[in-house]
Design a protein around this ligand. Structure first.
Ligand code: PEP
Ligand code: MG
Length: 327
């Protein structure tokens, strides 16, 4: 019933009832960009810029950052790339940078990502210039990790706007457009999301961090890893609520956590209204096969009943629906 994965590469990610789904990949190294051609993905929905920082012995200078970003954009060609500003600190500590992580009892909830970048402003300014110069003459897509309140997003975007003005005043070539996005990884952000929407171009849900904060459960903990399911109504109702909040706006909403790389989870995401996924390259074939076998209208009609069930076996419900509907 399913075309083999090589054939699938060149087929569109469209559901049986004609809904196009945007399938992108997550990447972090120059070498990862080759996966675009191998998978047929539409672009890079999450480029984790901290990888370069993590594999370097010293803080990467602006020229080195710029070279990486330009190489990635060149290799991607017409396909969009979303660069996420550095998500360092916490458990991704840099040996050459004093982040005082020894003082942290809960590094995942610590001084990391945008929190750190807004205080180490020089770091973010250098990255902003490197990204803008690398994207000269093209569209730059940039997103900020671990936004907890709208003012953090505003401050980061203001910093980019300031750097753009600085580059312009020094007659540097600039991107033709800059699109700004935020990651939704801190559950509390949903309470003020409406205030951010008018200033956002896109929003990307990071389900890895989001679920660990939603359940207050460290997913790397061996005793907890299997305890809560991504398909739990807790997660799916939360995501459904986010979709409704974003629906009336022009903001493009997607998911870039690992959850979207598994066919059954990806099906559930489509079911609650997510139509953009950025996933691990190995997931593109299997997820596209699922998409092409799915009647999305039928699934959406079934979702209220699925979300109304108690949480005992949420996975079983999606599995049953899938096998009963030829997915
Ligand atoms: C996430 O938290 O879901 C995410 C995509 O970011 P990272 O995995 O890099 O923390
Ligand atoms: Mg994250």
């Amino acid at each position: 019933r399913r075309a083999n994965l090589a054939t699938l590469r060149d087929l569109p990610a469209v559901t049986k009832d004609g809904v196009p789904i945007e399938l992108m990949i997550n990447a972090g190294l120059r070498e990862d960009v080759a996966a675009l051609d191998l998978t047929g993905a539409r672009g890079i929905g999450l480029f984790r810029t901290e990888f370069q920082f993590l594999v370097s012995a010293t803080l990467p200078a602006r020229e080195r950052q710029q070279r990486l970003y330009r190489d990635v954009l060149d290799a991607a060609g017409d396909r969009p790339v979303i660069f996420r500003t550095v998500d360092i600190g916490g458990d991704k500590a840099l040996p050459y940078m004093n982040t005082d992580t020894a003082l942290e009892e809960n590094p995942a909830m610590g001084w990391r990502a945008l929190r750190l970048a807004l205080e180490r402003e020089g770091l973010l300014k250098v990255q902003a210039r490197a990204l803008m110069e690398a994207a000269a003459g093209r569209t730059l897509n940039v997103m900020f990790p671990m936004v907890s309140e709208p003012w953090e997003y505003e401050a980061a975007r203001d910093l980019f706007v300031g750097q753009r003005a600085w580059l312009a005043s020094h007659n540097k070539k600039l991107p033709v457009a800059i699109r700004y996005g935020a990651m939704l990884e801190v559950p509390g952000l949903v309470e003020t999301l409406d205030l951010m929407l008018p200033h956002l171009d896109f929003l990307s849900i990071g389900t890895n961090d989001l679920t660990q904060f939603l359940f207050a459960a460290d997913r790397a903990h061996p005793r907890l890893a299997e305890r809560y399911d991504w398909l739990s109504p807790t997660v799916m109702r939360y995501l459904s609520r986010v979709v409704k909040i974003v629906a009336g706006s022009k903001v493009a909403l997607g998911v870039c956590g690992e959850m979207g790389g598994r066919p059954l989870e990806a099906m559930a995401l489509l079911g609650v209204g997510i139509e953009r996924l950025s996933i691990t390259p190995a997931g593109v074939g299997p997820v596209k096969a699922m998409i092409r076998s799915l009647h999305l209208g039928a699934l959406r009609a079934a979702m209220p009943a699925i979300l109304a069930q108690p949480a005992a076996d949420p996975r079983g419900q999606y599995q049953q629906w899938a096998s009963a509907h030829g997915v």
